[in-house]
Design a protein around this ligand. Structure first.
Ligand SMILES: *[C@@H]1O[C@H](CO)[C@@H](O)[C@H](O)[C@H]1NC(C)=O
Ligand SMILES: *[C@@H]1O[C@H](CO)[C@@H](O)[C@H](O)[C@H]1NC(C)=O
Length: 876
């Protein structure tokens, strides 16, 4: 009561006779008076200002108040987060020497006094953020603001436009008007504030284009314009603000491509262009911004590939490209993103498989790959990403089983595998995941019993919808009715195109072929040697003639116009890359040289070439051009082959045609081919049983897909199967026969099929039609080769051992397990090996109709895998 009386008295006296006050109350200086009056107008529910006592000699020790030691006048008033409410009244303008005024995080209301800065012209820092101020920012406020360095009015309810007069506050280093309701366009006067280091206008209703002239802010480090209605392009001149570290244009209406000048901003750690309508491809130079920690290009219209060198962004913590039209595969360089915390590529058109190199991303916390076109298996290596708490792979085309290694991700809380094509049983060890709160496998083809315990004890049925073969008490679907059927393959039975026959134990009356397989091989070998001699001499002539011309295609050094060359025929001599945006580091003419040669085959020489974006490709130079089709036919065929994309087929990336020779540009696999991995004595790595199984299954799938596309490979052999670092096989060299002029296919294909031991017997007899079953034969031989680690035909000192004959007789003698590669002794599953060997023999039956088709082979292999996995689970 008494306090209030004194305050009211003071107020009265101040307002009507300030001179009197000073003379009467000596300790009261102007500052004290201003503060006391200011306090009187406030609600102070937490009593934060209890130390403000008018009986004090000076206010310099009051809470939140600081004085200049020389003048003893109040220089700083910092009342952040004091829960004060009321108005920022005129009384504060008594504090003539005030330099810092910070009232952030309170409940101040009312309008901003337009005389504030005029009266308090010493003010350097004004922070009124996080209050409930309303009204417009008065134009007069900035009449006298030369000393102002920091101004924040963020998080209030201010409306109206940003006053033009602001441009006279030329000392401003930090300006924050974010989270208000400001409208109108941004004026180029903003770019007169040359000292600005930080500008935040985010979360307002600003619109129009971002004006030119931003390059004047050469000291700018942080630019936040997020969540407004800005339209038009991102100004090209932004690339001159070389100190920019943080760039946020997110959630606006910006269009067009990312300006190329941004590549100069190599100090930037944060770049968000999220939620606009930007288009074009993701620029390959993005990998030059090598200090980036956060890169968010999500929810735009970007298309094209993820730059291969993205792994070079070593500091990257968040990579978000979600919700665009990105295609192509996930670059293997992600293994180098050590520090990556969130990877979000969801809602795109990404195909290919999840690379096993994901294992390198050991800091990864969230992996979001949902809604893409991913194929292949979930790599077991994902278990190395031990920090994962959330993984979403839903709505893809993933196959195979859920690897039991997922159970090693001890931090996992959320996993979504719904809407894929996953098969097999759920690993029992998943019950070890103690933090799991959602695990959605709906709409797959999983089977068998749900794990018992842990998260699965009370699992909601909506986590497992749409898997009719899953069982368990939670599902009201007892498991007793479910038993995997044993597989019995009888290589001597007459294969009649139905899987039940494979499960038939009875010996069919079998049908001996008069000629022994060795005779066929001898004939095959003879044919191929003769053909080989002819082709080689023929090609030699052509190589010489094409070398002497050497008018090379890829010409133009700037790389821009490499698709067209000034030859007369405009279609002639152009490189076509299906994905459009790769460049050669040098004239490819120089790149196709001996040192880069990686192989030779019936069709030509293969070179490895590194493109400008660090990606390696294999380039096959087709020689023997008189065999090749005319340009249009060639182009049509290659384009057709280029569309064939499968996890187990080597993709064709592009091609080149001229009349003397042609090039086909392929994916490159640095690990090499299956032949090398199996038979190269120098290779120290023993190819494990599970890797071999994976390779066989993959080859089967690749072939099945080719046959589904009506393409016969004709030349299945281990040198034509490449292996990536996840042990995934990739069949190469398919479809090349179609590039030759249409001659008699039977004759032609026997010419091409030159690999000893893989040749199906029907090639030797001209009356039999060659069908895709010749590939099944080659596949059968490959299976035996992979399981046994032996070549199809081995030359001993004075003997020739034909692999499939040897395996067949071991089977007859009941010693089939002795056929398994001795390097695997003790480390393979006999339950898988025996049916696998039998399958190899069935596939290499002499009579084509006795061989299963590749789709059936895939089914059989998956059944072999499942039933042995089931047994392993039971053992545990
Ligand atoms: C502002 O006032 C409201 C009640 O009027 C209170 O709930 C809120 O905590 C206050 N805000 C601050 C920052 O003190
Ligand atoms: C699991 O995913 C399916 C398919 O997306 C969905 O319908 C279901 O609601 C999800 N279950 C839970 C519990 O989120």
């Amino acid at each position: 009561m008494q306090d209030q009386f004194i305050i009211i008295l003071c107020l009265f006296l101040v307002l009507f006779n300030p001179f009197l006050v000073i003379s009467l109350y000596q300790p009261f200086n102007e500052d004290m008076l201003g503060l006391i009056v200011f306090k009187a107008g406030l609600e102070d529910p937490k009593n934060k200002l209890s130390s403000w006592n008018e009986d004090d000699y000076s206010p310099c020790n009051w809470e939140g108040v600081k004085c200049d030691p020389t003048t003893n006048r109040v220089s700083s008033l910092v009342l952040d987060g004091f829960s004060l409410s009321g108005h920022i009244g005129k009384s504060l303008m008594k504090l003539q020497f005030l330099q810092i005024l910070s009232l952030s995080k309170n409940n101040f209301t009312g309008e901003i006094n337009h005389d504030l800065l005029v009266t308090l012209w010493n003010l350097k820092v004004v922070d009124l953020s996080e209050n409930s101020l309303f009204g417009t920012i008065p134009d007069e406020l900035f009449r006298q603001c030369w000393s102002l360095r920091v101004l924040s009015l963020a998080k209030n309810n201010l409306s109206g436009t940003i006053p033009d007069s602001l441009s006279s506050c030329f000392s401003l280093a930090s300006l924050n008007f974010s989270s208000n309701r400001l409208i109108g366009e941004l004026h180029s006067g903003m770019w007169f504030l040359k000292e600005l280091q930080s500008l935040d206008l985010s979360n307002n209703l600003l619109d129009g284009e971002i004006p030119e002239g931003i390059q004047n802010l050469y000291d700018l480090r942080e630019l936040r314009l997020r969540r407004n209605f800005f339209t038009g392009r991102i100004p090209e001149s932004i690339g001159n603000c070389l100190l920019l570290k943080l760039i946020d244009f997110g959630d606006n209406l910006l269009t067009d491509e990312i300006p190329e000048s941004i590549q100069r901003l190599t100090s930037s750690t944060f770049l968000s262009l999220q939620g606009n309508s930007l288009n074009g491809s993701i620029p390959h130079w993005i990998i030059e911004l090598n200090n980036l920690e956060i890169l968010d290009l999500s929810s735009n219209r970007f298309f094209g590939l993820i730059p291969n060198g993205i792994g070079g962004l070593k500091s990257l913590q968040v990579l978000n490209f979600s919700n665009n039209n990105i295609f192509g595969s996930i670059p293997v360089s992600i293994r180098e993103l050590k520090s990556l915390y969130i990877l979000d590529l969801s809602d795109n058109k990404i195909n290919g498989s999840i690379p096993c190199e994901i294992e390198g991303a050991i800091s990864l916390n969230e992996l979001r790959l949902q809604r893409n076109l991913l194929v292949g298996r979930i790599p077991v290596q994902i278990a190395k990403c031990s920090a994962l708490t959330s993984m979403n792979l839903a709505h893809n085309k993933l196959i195979g089983s859920i690897p039991s290694s997922i159970a090693d991700l001890t931090n996992l809380q959320h996993a979504d595998f719904s809407w894929n094509k996953l098969t097999g049983t759920l690993p029992k060890k998943l019950t070890n995941l103690t933090h799991l709160s959602s695990f959605n496998v709906s709409y797959n083809n999983l089977q068998g019993e749900l794990p018992i315990g842990g998260f699965f004890k009370k699992i909601s049925p909506s986590f497992v919808y749409g898997n009719p073969l899953l069982c368990g008490s939670v599902l009201n679907h007892s498991c007793s009715s479910y038993h995997p059927k044993p597989i019995v393959l009888n290589p001597n039975s007459n294969y009649n195109n139905s899987r039940t026959s494979l499960q038939n134990q009875h010996h069919h009356h079998h049908h001996k072929i008069m000629l022994s397989i060795s005779v066929f091989i001898a004939i095959g070998a003879a044919i191929s040697i003769v053909v080989g001699v002819i082709v080689v001499s023929f090609l030699n002539i052509h190589v010489r003639s094409s070398n002497s011309h050497s008018n090379f295609p890829f010409g133009l050094p700037d790389g821009k116009d490499y698709r067209s060359s000034p030859e007369k025929d405009p279609k002639c001599g152009k490189v076509v890359m299906f994905n459009g945006d790769v460049e050669f580091t040098d004239e490819p003419n120089n790149l196709l040289k001996e040192g880069n040669e990686i192989g030779r085959g019936g069709f030509g020489i293969v070179y490895c070439v590194v493109l400008r974006d660090q990606k390696s490709v294999a380039i096959k130079k087709l020689i023997g051009s008189s065999l090749t089709k005319l340009h249009d036919d060639f182009e049509e065929e290659v384009q057709k082959l280029g569309k064939i994309r499968h996890q187990n087929l080597v993709a064709i990336d592009g091609y080149y045609w001229n009349s003397t020779f042609q090039l086909i540009i392929y994916e490159y696999f640095s690990r090499g081919n299956l032949h090398k991995l199996l038979h190269d004595d120098n290779s120290k790595i023993v190819f494990s049983w599970s890797a071999r199984f994976k390779v066989i299954l993959g080859i089967a799938k690749g072939l099945a897909y080719l046959h589904q596309m009506n393409i016969i490979h004709y030349n299945m052999k281990s040198t034509n199967v490449f292996i990536d670092f996840c042990d995934e096989p990739k069949i190469g060299d398919f479809g090349l026969v179609n590039l030759l002029p249409t001659l008699d296919h039977c004759v032609l294909s026997s010419k091409i099929q030159s690999a000893l031991g893989y040749t199906a017997p029907e090639f030797a007899c001209r009356t039999v039609n060659i069908t895709e079953k010749c590939d099944v034969y080659g596949f059968g031989i490959l299976v035996l080769e992979i399981v046994s680690g032996k070549r199809p035909v081995e030359y001993m000192e004075d003997d020739v051992v034909v692999l499939c004959d040897m395996v067949r007789s071991s089977l007859e003698d009941g010693k089939v397990e002795q056929c398994v590669d001795e390097k695997l002794v003790g480390n393979f599953s006999l339950e898988e090996a025996i049916p696998m060997i039998k399958l190899g023999l069935v596939c290499s039956s002499h009579v084509p109709s006795n061989r299963p088709n590749m789709a059936e082979v895939v089914n059989i292999l998956e059944t072999i895998e499942c039933s042995s996995e089931g047994q392993q689970e039971e053992l545990q």
